[in-house]
Design a protein around this ligand. Structure first.
Ligand SMILES: [Ca+2]
Length: 244
C-alpha cells in the first residue's frame, strides 16, 4: 500500500509540473508578440520608400534640363549659302556702335556691323562649323519679353530707306526662324518711330536676309526687334542703307 501511495504522490507531482510548464507557454509567446510589434517599424521603412522613389522621379526632370541646354548649345551644321541682294545706297551702319538686349549666349558672338555675313565668313573657313562661330545667338537669356533688340547708333542723322538683317535657320539644332521683324528709327535715341515690319520668313534651313524698304526718313538710331521662336535665333549682320 505504501508503494501505491508513493506512485500516486509521484503522479501528482508530475501533473503539477506539467500544468506549471503549460502555464509558462503563454508567457513564452509574448516575445513573439513583441516581434510582431516590430513589424510596423518595418512597414514604416517601407513607407519611406515612396519618398525615395519620388526623388528618383525628380531625376528625369533634372536630367532633361541639360539635354535642352545641350541641344541649344550645339547648333553646328553646314548651311547653304545665298547670294547678296543688290542695294544702290551705302551701308551707313558699317562699323558703327550698337547695343543689345542682352549679353552673348554660349559664345555665338558675331559682330553685327563688321560687314561680314555668315556667307563671307564661311568662305574663309576650313571647317563649315567655323562659320557658325560668326553668328550672334539669341535665346531666352538675352531677349526681353520674347524679343531680341539691337539698336545701332549711326553717329549722325542720316537719310535712310532700307534696313536688312542677315539671319539663319538650323531647325535641327533648335535655331528657328524669327517669328517677326520690327524696325523703328529715332533722332534722339529715346523716341522711336516704326518704319517697317516683316512677318516670319523662310522656315527651311539656310541663310537669309530680311529686308525692309520704306520711304526715306532721317534717323541717327535704328532699332531692330526680332521676335524669338524658341529656342534660338541667329543673326549675323545688320545693314542700314542711305537713301542718297
Ligand atoms: Ca557680321
Amino acid at each position: 500500500m505504501k508503494k501505491i501511495a508513493l506512485l500516486l504522490a509521484l503522479l501528482m507531482i508530475l501533473s503539477v509540473a506539467v500544468l506549471a510548464s503549460c502555464g509558462k507557454k503563454p508567457e513564452e509567446s509574448k516575445p513573439e508578440e513583441s516581434t510582431a510589434e516590430s513589424k510596423p517599424a518595418e512597414t514604416s521603412k517601407e513607407e519611406s520608400k515612396p519618398a525615395e522613389t519620388s526623388k528618383e522621379e525628380s531625376k528625369p526632370a533634372e536630367e532633361s534640363k541639360p539635354e535642352e541646354e545641350s541641344s541649344e548649345d550645339e547648333p553646328s551644321e553646314d548651311v547653304p549659302s545665298t547670294a547678296e541682294p543688290d542695294v544702290s545706297g551705302t551701308n551707313v551702319a558699317l562699323n558703327k556702335n550698337y547695343t543689345l538686349s542682352g549679353d552673348v549666349a554660349s559664345g555665338y558672338n558675331a559682330k553685327l556691323t563688321d560687314g561680314k555675313t555668315y556667307d563671307s565668313e564661311v568662305t574663309n573657313a576650313t571647317d563649315p562649323d567655323d562659320g557658325l562661330c560668326y553668328w550672334w545667338g539669341f535665346n531666352s537669356t538675352n531677349t526681353v519679353d520674347g524679343f531680341a533688340v539691337v539698336t545701332i547708333d549711326l553717329g549722325e542723322a542720316t537719310n535712310i530707306n532700307t534696313i536688312r538683317v542677315h539671319h539663319g535657320v538650323l531647325s535641327g539644332w533648335a535655331v528657328m526662324p524669327w517669328k517677326s521683324f520690327k524696325f523703328s528709327v529715332s533722332t534722339d535715341g529715346a523716341n522711336f518711330t516704326a518704319v517697317a515690319a516683316l512677318p516670319q520668313g523662310d522656315t527651311a534651313d539656310g541663310c537669309y536676309w530680311a529686308e525692309a524698304g520704306f520711304e526715306a526718313v532721317e534717323a541717327r538710331y535704328v532699332k531692330v526687334e526680332l521676335e524669338l521662336n524658341p529656342a534660338w535665333g541667329f543673326i549675323n549682320e545688320i545693314e542700314v542703307y542711305s537713301a542718297d
